[in-house]
Ligand binder design. Structure first.
Ligand code: PFF
Length: 487
């Protein structure tokens, strides 16, 4: 693909496609690619385990509110900025800022995205490696007839072995970088078109299994019956952070995808479609996993191993479980693959432009850097599992836990999902809502005179205020103010 010509070189630019910049072949392809980015480990691995850690229903409700009121408007904003900028996130932000007469330091937003993508991919690749490691185990029938304890020990054996984790991490990262090196269109478009629907189908099959466990309604009530006594400030922050993570927002991934979007495509429709599909997959995963948890007296808060301890148990018991289980983990790897590609895409487009080197070279260098970073996560499950940090602020108004016994993996996850992505999203909302000329956003979104003001209110007030309150809340500031004011 060519990055050298951009409509931004032309002051009359209005987001019209540059003749030389590669574009998605249709809106459907864009939606599939954005869904490919959004649907990944976040939905199937992370959503169930953090829901379990933060006590179920109340967490899910806050997460859903964040998707609707923060996620969708910010996704529209991020795609819009990308399409208007038609560059890597750093250049896009600098050029858009210049276009509207604002400081070029908006490029820092792109920078933060490039770094977030690096950090997330470093652990994402290790966890995707776990999913890959399960493919041969599933295919060999390892889990057939195993009880919960035996399934647990398969997982513990895997993660306690750094060499094995490094091998799978290397393979997954290599697969990612090969597709990235080939450019956007080559590998990516084809892969997402077939695999996403297949993954969805398998989830539906698994729902039927979950219904047969006898604990389906218990699972549903755990997910959808909010018990607010169980939610902590950290839970609220994580629910919001996860809304960003799961929709791939706040770091420029969707901005880069938006930069390949043809000018006439409806950003609003595409965003809503992507968010709905993403949420559906996460809820399906939750509806599958919690009945299995309760049917086998497992711990909902089992942590990052949750799906690796529950799903194999189900596959080990069901008819054709070996076949379905193998297929499931293959598809999970594909879902992770299409997400990991988008995680590194901002860094690649930025690296190519900044250092004037080829896509292939940029991919090799990035891959090596991410690989080394990934070792922190690998070791945090074995050799360095007891190297942890805690950050608890004790005041006369109470104790505020920011991080508790966090391993390197926990820290990376917290820093990226709970801080960097929402911060990036906040800046995107502020830029798109307050600084970009309304005539530009109106023109780009072209959602009609009814929806535009609604989007505008969401992106100017609702999303930024919610993000700021959740941040302040997590830092203990809200409780502090309330206690002073006696409310
Ligand atoms: N949305 C992906 C998932 O849920 O697995 C993760 C992700 C991809 C986050 C791309 C951020 C991103 F830019």
């Amino acid at each position: 693909m060519s990055d050298s010509v951009s409509p931004l070189n032309d002051p009359s630019a209005s987001g019209k496609p540059s003749p030389n910049r590669e574009q998605w072949s249709s809106r459907l392809v864009f939606v599939l690619a954005a869904t490919g980015s959004a649907v990944g480990l976040g939905n199937i691995w992370k959503f169930p385990y953090i829901t379990g850690e933060f006590g179920g229903g109340a967490f899910v409700l806050i997460y859903l509110i964040c998707i609707a009121s923060i996620g969708i408007p910010i996704m529209m904003a991020e795609i819009m900025l990308g399409r208007r900028g038609r560059h890597d996130p750093v250049t896009t932000m600098k050029k858009l800022a210049k276009e509207s007469g604002h400081s070029r330091s908006w490029g820092l937003l792109g920078w933060m995205g490039v770094i977030s993508g690096f950090l997330i991919l470093s652990y994402y690749s290790v966890i995707a490696g776990w999913a890959m490691a399960y493919v041969p185990r599933m295919a060999a029938g390892t889990f057939v007839g195993l009880d919960a304890q035996a399934v647990n020990s398969v997982f513990s054996n895997l993660v306690s072995n750094p060499e094995t984790l490094i091998a799978w991490h290397t393979l997954f990262l290599f697969m990612t970088m090969v597709v990235v090196a080939k450019g956007v269109r080559g590998g990516l478009e084809k892969a997402v078109t077939y695999l996403m629907p297949m993954l969805f189908l398998l989830l539906v099959i698994l729902i039927f299994y979950a219904m047969g466990t006898g604990h389906f309604s218990e699972g549903l009530s755990y997910l959808f019956n909010p018990d607010f006594s169980k939610i902590t400030t950290e839970g609220v922050l994580s629910a919001m952070g996860h809304a960003f993570f799961t929709l791939s927002l706040g770091m420029g991934a969707i901005m880069v995808y938006g930069s390949y979007l043809p000018a006439h495509t409806s950003i609003a429709k595409a965003s809503i479609l992507v968010a709905v599909m993403d949420t559906l997959v996460a809820l399906l995963a939750g509806m599958i996993i919690f009945p299995i948890v309760f049917a086998n007296a497992l711990e909902p808060g089992a942590g990052p191993g949750l799906i690796f301890k529950t799903l194999p148990l189900a596959f080990g018991q069901m008819d054709y479980g070996t076949l379905f289980g193998t297929l499931f983990f293959i598809l999970l790897v594909f879902a992770a693959w299409t997400s990991s590609i988008s995680l590194i895409e901002p860094a690649i487009t930025w690296g190519m432009k900044t250092f004037q080197i080829s896509r292939i070279k940029t991919s090799v260098i990035s891959g090596i850097l991410v690989w080394f970073m990934g070792l922190f996560t690998v070791f945090s499950f074995n050799l360095a599992s007891d190297v942890t940090i805690s950050s608890v602020i004790s005041t006369q108004y109470g104790e505020f836990v920011i991080l508790k016994d966090a391993t390197a993996f926990d820290f990376l996850d917290y820093l990226t999902s709970n801080i960097m992505l929402p911060l990036g999203g906040l800046m995107i909302a502020i830029y798109a809502g307050w600084l970009m000329k309304q005539e530009y956003s109106r023109e780009e979104l072209s959602v009609g005179s009814f929806w535009f003001p609604i989007w505008s209110i969401l992106v100017r007030y609702v999303a930024p205020i919610m993000v700021i309150i959740v941040f302040l809340n997590a830092m203990g500031v809200v409780a502090f103010v309330r206690s002073i004011m006696g409310v």
